[in-house]
Each structure stands twice: as structure tokens, then as C-alpha cells.
Write a protein that binds this ligand. Structure first.
Ligand code: ADP
Length: 260
């Protein structure tokens, strides 16, 4: 049904008669269409990746439930092993779902910013994590570095990087937190002496669900969402995160915040 009121309203809209203006508008429209398309495709890819990641442990769990149904009574010796598998895989699914929720909440997050003493926050986390890492944790921090950002999420960023250093480097190696500044920026760095990351993988590690072949094959616990979440948190605090080789071995993550 054509609403004639609306039609006449549209007719009154100013129509640009200048070809340059029309060209500009067309260009802008095409640009918006392109962004919209990319967003839709990205979301579709995300849903498909997430489904795939959830489907794998789910298939395993169902497989073991079937096995227990068919064989459990006759061969009770398989029960503990199957239960262990089901327990671990369902825990993995739980982590995955929690991380997915965290990521989706962040999409429309508005974080509260305030000025705080970053050196104090980092020192607190260092003291908390000293006993939680099997590596030797070191802190090299300039004193009294102030930052205006969201304190909770900055703490979360450091904790995520530490938990990766813990997972991907050997016991008794050294993990170092560094905090320093130059004229424009504040740098928060986590260095480890672990397996390191190949140059090819360095381009992929911030993608959602990316895990190196080694992490997957060595069954190191994880969802591939940790660094995607960390990068998002860094961006929400107007920062940047980069990854480098540590010398002589291992990985160095540097988070850079602009000075207030
Ligand atoms: P997860 O640890 O759950 O797999 P992340 O998003 O935190 O997911 O990391 C993605 C991948 O990046 C990991 O699977 C691992 O291959 C690699 N990675 C991350 N941090 C390190 C590190 N400190 N040392 C070596 N590899 C790392």
C-alpha cells in the first residue's frame, strides 16, 4: 500500500542537482553498503566458527555417553576414563561459552574511565601471581605511572597475558612484567622464555578461535579467545597490543597506552 502522504513528503526532500554532490553521495552510500556487508559476513563467520568450536567437544561427549551406554555395564573399567573425558570437555565448553559471552558483552561496552596509579595495580597483580605461576615471575616497573583508563579491564589485560605466559613456557623459566613510559606512551610488557610464536602465527593469534597447531595437538587447555578478548579490551582503553620475539627465546607482548 502506498502512503501518499509519505510520497509527497519524500518529494519535498531536497534532491541534489549538482553532479558532484550526487557523486559524493553515491560514493558514501557505496562505502556504507560495503561496511554493512563486511559486518554481516564477519558476524556470519563468527557464528559459524563458534558453532564449530562447540560442536567438536559436544560430539566427543555424546560419543562417550554412547560408549558408556553400550559397554559400561559389561566393561566397568572404561567408566573412569570416559567420565574424565566428559568432565574435561564439558569444562572446555563452559569456558568457551563464558568467553563468548564476555566478547559479545564487550561489543557494546561503555567503560568507565578514571585516573589511577598503574604501577600500584601492576604491583598488586605481580604479588598475587607470584605463587600461582610455576615460572619465576619478575617485575621491573617505573614508580608512580598514572593512567586514565578502565582499571578493571587493564588488570584483566595483564592477567590474561600472564596466564598465557604460564601456559606456554616451561616451569622454572622467567616471566617478566615491565612497566615504563616515554614522552607519549606508557608501555606494559609481558616477556616469557617459552616456545615462542612463528611469524606466520603472529599474524593470526589475535583472531577469534585461532590456536597454534602445537597448542591444539599438545592439548594445552584453551579456547583461542583469550587474545581476541585481550585485544578488544586494549582497544576499549584506546591502546594497542603487539607481539614480538623475546631474546634469546620466547614471546614478548607489549601493550601501549597513550599518556594522558
Ligand atoms: P588459547 O590460549 O586459549 O589457545 P589465546 O587467544 O590466548 O588462546 O592464544 C592464541 C594462541 O596464541 C595460543 O593457542 C598459542 O598458540 C599462542 N600464544 C599465545 N600466547 C602465547 C605465548 N605467551 N607463547 C607462545 N604462544 C602463545
Amino acid at each position: 500500500i502506498i502512503n501518499t502522504d509519505e510520497l509527497s513528503h519524500h518529494e519535498k526532500l531536497p534532491v541534489p542537482d549538482n553532479p558532484k554532490e550526487v557523486q559524493d553521495l553515491t560514493r558514501e552510500f557505496n562505502h556504507l553498503l560495503k561496511i554493512l556487508n563486511e559486518t554481516v559476513l564477519r558476524d556470519r563467520q563468527f557464528v559459524s566458527d563458534a558453532s564449530h568450536e562447540l560442536r567438536t567437544p559436544l560430539a566427543g561427549i555424546r560419543g562417550h555417553i554412547n560408549l558408556l551406554r553400550r559397554r559400561g555395564e559389561e566393561h566397568p573399567e572404561i567408566i573412569p576414563e570416559s567420565l574424565k573425558f566428559i568432565d574435561e570437555e564439558s569444562l572446555r565448553m563452559q569456558h568457551l561459552v563464558e568467553n563468548l559471552l564476555a566478547l559479545s558483552r564487550m561489543n557494546n561496552a561503555e567503560l568507565e574511565f578514571k585516573e589511577f596509579n598503574l604501577t600500584d595495580s601492576v604491583t598488586e597483580i605481580y604479588e598475587m601471581y607470584q605463587n600461582q605461576l610455576s615460572q619465576n615471575l619478575e617485575l621491573k616497573a617505573e614508580s608512580g605511572i598514572m593512567l586514565t583508563a578502565n582499571q578493571d579491564s587493564v588488570r584483566q589485560i595483564l592477567i590474561s597475558l600472564l596466564s598465557n605466559a604460564k601456559k606456554y613456557s616451561p616451569h622454572d623459566s622467567v616471566v617478566t612484567i615491565r612497566l615504563y613510559k616515554d614522552i607519549d606512551n606508557i608501555m606494559l610488557e609481558v616477556d616469557d622464555q617459552g616456545s615462542g610464536i612463528s611469524d606466520d602465527d603472529k599474524k593470526l593469534i589475535f583472531n577469534r578461535f585461532f590456536r597454534s597447531d602445537d597448542s591444539r595437538s599438545q592439548k594445552i587447555e584453551g579456547t583461542g579467545l583469550g587474545l581476541a578478548i585481550t585485544q578488544r579490551l586494549v582497544e576499549l582503553n584506546n591502546g594497542k597490543i603487539s607481539v614480538f620475539d623475546n631474546q634469546p627465546r620466547g614471546t614478548k607482548f607489549i601493550v601501549t597506552f597513550r599518556k594522558n
